[in-house]
Design a protein around this ligand. Structure first.
Ligand SMILES: Nc1ncnc2c1ncn2[C@@H]1O[C@H](COP(=O)(O)OP(=O)(O)OP(=O)(O)O)[C@@H](O)[C@H]1O
Ligand SMILES: [Mg+2]
Length: 503
C-alpha cells in the first residue's frame, strides 16, 4: 500500500510503492520522519537523498510523500534567527540571536509563505547600472568594488583570511539584510560569529546587527546532507527580502565544502565522476547559484537586490582545481587572498594583482553622480602605483634599490605607503575594522598627495635617500589614530609642510 523502505545505503534510501510523486519532492521516512528529497524515480521506486543521518533506518519501515519540493518557510520572522540547511530553527542554548524576540514560528502563521528553494523567485525586470555595496573594507571599496546585485568569489588557501573578510563584510556592509550561510566550516567559528553579531550595534541604524541577519548553519559537525540544500535556502531567503524592496547579501563560507557535498552524493549515487570526482553537473550547479544574484524591479514595482559573495577553499591553494576554475566563470568580481600577504600579516590579504572587478566603470559613474568624481582617478592611480611598485621591487631585488633613479625609488615608497596606510586594515582594530567612504577617500588622497610631494622633491634635486628617511608614520598610522576625514586632512597638511621644509 504506502511507501516502504526497501534499501538504505548511507544517505540514499530506496522507497517502493511511490505513486504520483515528482523528482525533487520531499518525503519523510522511518519512525522519526527523516526528511529527504527524491533524486531518482523508476516506476514506483524512488531513490531518496536523506537530509539527516540514516542510522536506525531499515528496510520495511514506512515512508510518506509530502507532495511538494523542498520549500523554505519565508517571513519577517527569519531575521535574527539561526537555522539549519532546511531552514528549521536551531534551538538550544545560545542559538537564537535574540531568544526573547524569536519564539519558534507556527508553520500556519499567516506571515509565512513557502517557496521551493531550487526555483528562483520571479521579478519584473533586471536593472542596469552600478549602485555600490559599501563594504567598509578599503581594499575592496577602492580597488575591487562590487555593485548591489553583484557576485564575488573569494578564493584563498588555508588560513589566508577568507572567513575573517566575509565576517567583516557581514558586519559592516551597508546592505539591509545579510544571509550568512556557514557551510561545512568549523562550528566554533560559527559560534563566534553569532556571539559577535549579538553584541554589535548597527552603525547605520543604531539597532542591533543581529536584527538584519539570518544565519544558516551547516557546520562540519552537522550532517553533510543538508549542506547541499543550505545554499539554495539562503538565496531563497535573500530573494524573499529582495522582493520586499530590500538589498540583501548572501555570504557563503565555503562553497568548496558545498561542492564536496555534491561530490559525495554523486559518488554514492553511482554517477560517473567528472573532474576530480565532482559530478558533471558541478558547473551548472555553480551557475544556478550565482545567477540568482541581481538588482531588480520587483513584481510590486520596488527596487531590491541579492548580492552573492562565496568563499572558495582550493585544496592545497591550487587555483586550477574545478570549483575555483568554474566559479570564476560565473562571478563579476574576485577577491583573491594571497598566502604571502597573509604570511607577512598584511590583512586583508586581498591580492591587488590577482583580483578583479568587472563593474568599475558603472560604479565610477555612480560615485561621480553621488558627489565623488575623484573615485575613478584615485582607483586608477592606486592600482598603477601598486603594479609599478611591484615591478620595481622585483628589479630592486636584483640590482639593489639604491641603484634605481630617484623617481623610481619614490614609486617604491608609494607602494609601501599605499600598502601600509591604505590597504591594510585590521579586523581587530576598534577604529579601523570598518572604514566609511569619506575616511577611505581621505586616507587615499593623503597618501597620493604625499607621494606627489615626494616626487616633486626628487624632481628638483633633493636626494631620494633624504626623502626616504622622513618619518611617514603619521600618514601610515592615520587609519588607526585619525578619527575623521578632517583629522586625516590635517595630518596630510602637516606632512606636506614638513616635507616642504626639506632643503
Ligand atoms: N582582516 C584581518 N585582520 C586581522 N587578522 C586577520 C584578518 N584576516 C585574517 N586574520 C588572521 O588570520 C587568521 C586566519 O583567518 P581565517 O580563519 O579567516 O582564514 P580562512 O582563510 O578562513 O581559513 P580556513 O582555510 O581555515 O577556512 C585569523 O585567525 C586572524 O588571526
Ligand atoms: Mg575559514
Amino acid at each position: 500500500m504506502g511507501h516502504e523502505v526497501t534499501r538504505v545505503s548511507g544517505p540514499l534510501v530506496e522507497l517502493s510503492g511511490v505513486k504520483g510523486a515528482a523528482m525533487g519532492d520531499v518525503v519523510e521516512v522511518g519512525a522519526h520522519f527523516l526528511p529527504g528529497e527524491i533524486v531518482a524515480l523508476d516506476g514506483d521506486v524512488a531513490t531518496v537523498q536523506a537530509y539527516e543521518y540514516t542510522g536506525g533506518l531499515a528496510p520495511g519501515q514506512a515512508g510518506r510523500g509530502t507532495g511538494r519540493a523542498l520549500s523554505a518557510p519565508l517571513g519577517p520572522h527569519l531575521l535574527g534567527g539561526v537555522y539549519d540547511g532546511l531552514l528549521r530553527p536551531l534551538t538550544g542554548a545560545g542559538v537564537w540571536l535574540d531568544p526573547a524576540r524569536h519564539p519558534p514560528v507556527a508553520e500556519d502563521g499567516r506571515a509565512v509563505e513557502f517557496w521551493p528553494v531550487r526555483r528562483p523567485r520571479p521579478y519584473a525586470e533586471r536593472l542596469d547600472g552600478g549602485v555600490p555595496l559599501h563594504t567598509g573594507q578599503r581594499v575592496v571599496d577602492l580597488l575591487f568594488p562590487v555593485p548591489l546585485g553583484g557576485t564575488v568569489a573569494v578564493p584563498g588557501g588555508f588560513g589566508t583570511g577568507k572567513t575573517m573578510l566575509l565576517q567583516q563584510v557581514a558586519k559592516w556592509c551597508d546592505a539591509d539584510v545579510i544571509v550568512y550561510v556557514g557551510c561545512g566550516e568549523r562550528g566554533n567559528e560559527m559560534a563566534d560569529v553569532l556571539a559577535e553579531l549579538a553584541a554589535l550595534d548597527d552603525p547605520r541604524t543604531g539597532g542591533r546587527l543581529a536584527d538584519r541577519t539570518v544565519v544558516i548553519a551547516n557546520t562540519s559537525n552537522m550532517p553533510m546532507m543538508a549542506r547541499e540544500a543550505g545554499v539554495y535556502s539562503g538565496v531563497t531567503v535573500a530573494e524573499y527580502f529582495r522582493d520586499q524592496g530590500r538589498h540583501a547579501v548572501v555570504i557563503a563560507d565555503s562553497t568548496s565544502r558545498w561542492a564536496e557535498a555534491l561530490r559525495e552524493f554523486a559518488s554514492r549515487g553511482g554517477e560517473l565522476p567528472g573532474e576530480e570526482g565532482f559530478p558533471a553537473a558541478l558547473p551548472s550547479a555553480l551557475a544556478a547559484f550565482y545567477e540568482r544574484a541581481g538588482r531588480v524591479r520587483t513584481l510590486d514595482g520596488a527596487e531590491g537586490s541579492v548580492t552573492i559573495i562565496g568563499a572558495v577553499s582550493p585544496p592545497g591553494g591550487d587555483m586550477t582545481e574545478p570549483v575555483t576554475a568554474y566559479t570564476e566563470r560565473f562571478v563579476r568580481a574576485r577577491w583573491s587572498l594571497d598566502k604571502d600577504l597573509a604570511y607577512s600579516r598584511h590583512y586583508p590579504a586581498v591580492s591587488w594583482s590577482g583580483s578583479f572587478a568587472r563593474d568599475t566603470a558603472a560604479l565610477a559613474r555612480h560615485h561621480a553622480a553621488a558627489g565623488d568624481p575623484g573615485w575613478a582617478g584615485r582607483r586608477a592611480r592606486t592600482a598603477s602605483l601598486l603594479a609599478e611598485s611591484d615591478r620595481l621591487a622585483a628589479l630592486a631585488e636584483l640590482v639593489g634599490s639604491s641603484t634605481l633613479p630617484g623617481h623610481e625609488r619614490m614609486v617604491l615608497l608609494a607602494g609601501r605607503l599605499l600598502r601600509e596606510g591604505v590597504l591594510q586594515q585590521s579586523a581587530l582594530s576598534p577604529r579601523d575594522a570598518f572604514c566609511t567612504p569619506e575616511r577611505g577617500a581621505a586616507l587615499t588622497e593623503a597618501v597620493l598627495a604625499v607621494v606627489d610631494r615626494c616626487q616633486e622633491l626628487v624632481g628638483r634635486g633633493v636626494p631620494a635617500g633624504a626623502v626616504e628617511e622622513q618619518d611617514f608614520a603619521p600618514i601610515v598610522r592615520a587609519r588607526e589614530d585619525a578619527a575623521t576625514a578632517a583629522d586625516i586632512g590635517a595630518r596630510r597638511e602637516a606632512m606636506l609642510n614638513r616635507l616642504g621644509e626639506l632643503p
